[in-house]
Design a protein around this ligand. Structure first.
Ligand SMILES: [Ca+2]
Length: 505
């Protein structure tokens, strides 16, 4: 029965699409392709749009789509410029940085994006796929301004070279001390067996304070018992860097530098360089989003035969309860532009675009396996095998070109084979879920922070890095805390505290 229903709905979609293409009873506006824009992380060229996967997507949804992909390095600034210039396409994927950008906030207040409250429940597949909890949590000033881009919650952790660990006979990494020992052995015991002293245990990089997942300070602070960024404690909001656990995390990285387990150049290493070092086998471990490991493993295997990865989200900390730095479960939203030439002009057009996303919910196989003979082949036993390209990456990921930045099924970004790593990740995710620690300031807005974010973050980021490098000690770090308070931090704390208490009621 369910299949029959699906088939009927599918027919209806095709018939409707047929009607609008005839143009018999619809205006010119309905003929416009659906235009989308999102962040491109992969190395594909942003212009390359024509491929079998996209054609199949258009065939199944009955819509023409035009996609604009913007490389991740300048995504935020480009979208901000396009917003100001009224040159956004119909649908735009925003991330957390954009959601807290003053430019976007102003555009939202000025009514540049469609409110979806009166529409979303008319699209049952989409409504259910996202789930009530997330529709509620994406509200801004009480309204839903987009479709949340779902992500896994136990996301912030680390990945390391499982083949190196195995080669060195490291079977268990449970405590922080075990972890440190593994990094030391990755550094000094020639894990790649090339006879040269050419590896570091840990790859680290410079990122702004608040960019939780990348350099591990946030992850480790939480593991050690500190907050996930902000915690409501003793009747006030407390930022992580005011806790002893934060300093303890910094001291861990300082020890790594002092003992040669991590490069001193960490303070000037970019995220891209850190990734390159890892993929070239120069480093054995990085903190980051564990769901990135799947894509990294494919790329690593193609460069270094036999290389494999493992992931972790937490480490034991004495006899204290385990703690996992949790993601809120989504990163920004897919928003619908109202302004300029490219914007969605009418309610009918908005409904058409929402129908497109609703119909994507029924295309899970296209996102998981792609097009037969192009992205996968069917084995005689009925199982599906994803095809790989020469460099070892999955053809499906190359074809989708990060389309999962707009829409994804299992909250992991990108498709992946049913591999040992994927099974391990699923196990880690399941085991982590009872121990998730959330950010108490999540979704709260401090107007002072929005205004002074960069200068405030810079104070803490600089002090943290100098502390790791051993250039300053506890006393100077305390001075940086005071500087932060005076530069606007005091207002940030009181604004967030007020909002938190209001929300709690
Ligand atoms: Ca070596």
């Amino acid at each position: 029965m369910k299949h029959l229903l699906h088939a009927m709905l599918f027919m209806a979609v095709i018939l409707l699409a047929g009607c609008s293409q005839d143009g018999a009873d619809s205006g010119e506006e309905e003929e416009r392709p659906i235009t989308l824009c999102y962040e491109l992380f992969g190395s594909q060229t942003a212009e390359d749009t024509e491929n079998e996967w996209y054609r199949e997507l258009e065939r199944r949804t009955g819509e023409k789509i035009t996609v604009q992909r913007i490389p991740s390095v300048n995504y935020v600034s480009r979208i901000e410029r396009m917003t100001t210039a009224d040159s956004l396409p119909m649908a735009v994927a925003t991330n957390d940085s954009l959601m807290s950008s003053p430019v976007m906030r102003r555009a939202i207040s000025a009514g540049s994006f469609w409110k979806l409250d009166d529409y979303i429940e008319d699209y049952p597949a989409l409504y259910q796929q996202i789930g009530e909890q997330f529709w509620e949590s994406v509200r801004i000033d009480g309204a839903v301004y987009g479709i949340p881009r779902l992500r896994i919650q136990p996301r912030n952790g680390l990945y390391y070279r499982a083949d190196w660990a195995q080669r060195l006979g490291i079977s268990e990494v449970r405590t922080l001390e075990d972890f440190y020992r593994m990094l030391t052995r990755f550094t000094y015991e020639d894990p790649d067996e090339n006879g040269r002293d050419d590896t570091y245990g840990l790859g680290f990089c410079w990122t702004d304070y608040g960019n939780k997942s990348w350099n591990g300070i946030a992850t480790l602070t939480t593991v050690l018992g500190g907050p996930n960024y902000w915690e409501y404690r003793d009747n006030a909001m407390l930022p992580d860097f005011f806790t002893e656990e934060y300093l303890e995390a910094l001291r861990f990285f300082r020890r790594c530098i002092n003992e040669g387990v991590m490069s001193r150049e960490a303070s000037i290493t970019t995220v891209q360089q850190r990734q390159k070092d890892f993929l070239e086998g120069n480093t054995g471990c990085c903190f980051g989003c564990i769901d990135d490991a799947l894509g990294l493993q494919a790329e690593l295997e193609s460069r270094i035969p036999g290389a494999s990865l493992s992931v972790m989200t937490s480490l034991e900390n004495g006899d204290k309860r385990r703690r996992v730095n949790s993601d809120r479960g989504y990163n920004g939203m897919l928003m619908f532009n109202k302004s300029g030439e490219g914007g969605i002009r009418t309610e009918e057009e908005l409904r058409r675009v929402l129908s497109f996303f609703n119909s994507l919910c029924k295309q899970e196989d296209l996102f998981t396996y792609g097009v037969e003979q192009v992205d996968f082949v069917q084995n005689p036993d009925g199982s599906k095998e994803l095809l790989k390209m020469e460099d070892g990456t999955l053809k499906l990921n190359a074809d989708m070109m990060d389309f999962t930045q707009i829409f994804t099924f299992d909250c992991m970004t990108g498709a992946s084979e049913d591999s040992e790593l994927k099974r391990q990740m699923e196990k880690v995710m399941e085991e982590s879920s009872p121990y998730l620690v959330f950010d108490d300031a999540d979704l709260l807005q401090s107007s002072t922070y929005i205004k002074k974010k960069e200068s405030l973050n810079r104070i803490i980021q600089n002090a943290s890095m100098r502390y790791i490098l051993g250039e300053i000690g506890d006393e100077e770090f305390n001075a940086a805390r005071e500087e932060w308070l005076e530069a606007g931090g005091t207002e940030v704390i009181s604004e967030l505290t007020e909002q938190y208490e209001l929300k709690k009621k």
